[in-house]
Design a protein. Structure first.
Length: 294
C-alpha cells in the first residue's frame, strides 16, 4: 500500500455508528492509503466518547498510511456520527480541536445515503434492529420514522420480535391458534407468562430483535403467525420507501440486516424502485469531505 506525503491533498471518511467506527483515508484519485477501526461513536454515549472513538479510528488509518495523526493540515475530513441530531451535539463537535485542514459533520444515516447513491439524489431505508427512512433531495435531508423503539422503528427486527411476543401471549390465552412459531417463543419462557413479563421489564430493542430470525424462518416455512408478522413488517417498509419517493427520491436503497430477508415480501411497485448501494457510509463521508474542500 502506498504511503502518503504530508503535502498530498487527502480525504478522510469516517462512519461513526452505534456499534463501531470505521475510517478510510484516500488520495485525490480515490486510492485507499489507510483504514482504521474503533468502538462505538454515537453521541448517545457522550460527545467526548464519540470523538475519542473517531480519533482512534483516524489514528489507525493515519499510521497505516505513514502519516502523523497529530498533524494533518493536508487532510479534509468528513465525519458521519450516530446521534448527531441530539440537541447541541453538532455544536459541541464543531467546537472541538482537531488536527485536520478542514472538517465537516453529518449524521451516519446521511453519510450512508450519500454513499449509496454516489452523492446523487436518492433515499435509503435501514431495516435492522431499528428502522428509518432517509432521503437527500436537492441537498436537503428528509427523514421518515426512526424515532426509536417501541414508539417507532416499524418493520425492524425489534418490531418483529415484539409482535411475536404479543401473539404468543394471545396464543397462551387461547385467543388465537398456537402455531409452531408461537409455541417456540413460549418454549423459551417455559410457557410461563410471568417469565415473559419479567424479561420485558429489562429487555432492550436488541433483545426483542433476537426473535426476528425465528419469525423469518417460520414465515418462510408457511407458519400463519410468522407470515402475518413479516407481511405487516414489510408493509411498514413499503410505506417508508413510498414516503421517500414522495419526497422526490428517484430510487431507494435498502440497508441493514433485515433488508435482504424482507425484500421478497415487499410490494412489486416498491421493489421496482430499489437499487443496490453504490458505496458504504465511509464512501459517503468521503464525498462530503470532497464537497467541503471544494
Amino acid at each position: 500500500m502506498s504511503k502518503a506525503s504530508s503535502q498530498t491533498k487527502l480525504f478522510l471518511g469516517v462512519d461513526g455508528g452505534g456499534t463501531g467506527c470505521r475510517a478510510r483515508l484516500v488520495d485525490e484519485a480515490g486510492n485507499i492509503l489507510g483504514q482504521g477501526l474503533s468502538g462505538p461513536a454515537t453521541t448517545r454515549l457522550g460527545v467526548g466518547n464519540a470523538w475519542a472513538s473517531v480519533m482512534r479510528a483516524w489514528t489507525g488509518a493515519a499510521e497505516e498510511a505513514g502519516l502523523n495523526p497529530e498533524s494533518a493540515n493536508n487532510v479534509t475530513a468528513g465525519i458521519g456520527i450516530a446521534g448527531l441530531t441530539r440537541a447541541g451535539s453538532r455544536e459541541e463537535l464543531e467546537a472541538l480541536p482537531h488536527p485536520f485542514g478542514g472538517i465537516c459533520f453529518t449524521s451516519d444515516g446521511a453519510a450512508a445515503c450519500l454513499g449509496a447513491h454516489s452523492g446523487h439524489d436518492g433515499g435509503i431505508v435501514i431495516a435492522g434492529t431499528g428502522s428509518i427512512g432517509l432521503a437527500i433531495v436537492g441537498g436537503q435531508e428528509l427523514r421518515a420514522g426512526g424515532y426509536g423503539f417501541p414508539i417507532s422503528d416499524e418493520g425492524s427486527g425489534a418490531d418483529l420480535g415484539l409482535k411475536a411476543i404479543q401473539l404468543s401471549l394471545r396464543a397462551f390465552d387461547g385467543r388465537r391458534e398456537k402455531t409452531a412459531l408461537l409455541n417456540e417463543v413460549l418454549n423459551r419462557f417455559d410457557h410461563t407468562p410471568a417469565k415473559i413479563v419479567g424479561w420485558m421489564d429489562k429487555a432492550t430493542a436488541t433483545d426483542y430483535a433476537t426473535f426476528a430470525p425465528l419469525v423469518l424462518r417460520h414465515a418462510d416455512q408457511g407458519d400463519a403467525a410468522g407470515r402475518q408478522i413479516v407481511q405487516s413488517g414489510a408493509e411498514q417498509i413499503d410505506a417508508l420507501v413510498r414516503r421517500l419517493l414522495d419526497y422526490g427520491a428517484p430510487l431507494v436503497t435498502l440497508l441493514g440486516g433485515l433488508s435482504g430477508p424482507l425484500e421478497p415480501w415487499l410490494s412489486p411497485d416498491v421493489r421496482r424502485r430499489l437499487k443496490p448501494a453504490d458505496g458504504d457510509a465511509v464512501a459517503g463521508s468521503i464525498i462530503l469531505a470532497r464537497r467541503y474542500e471544494r
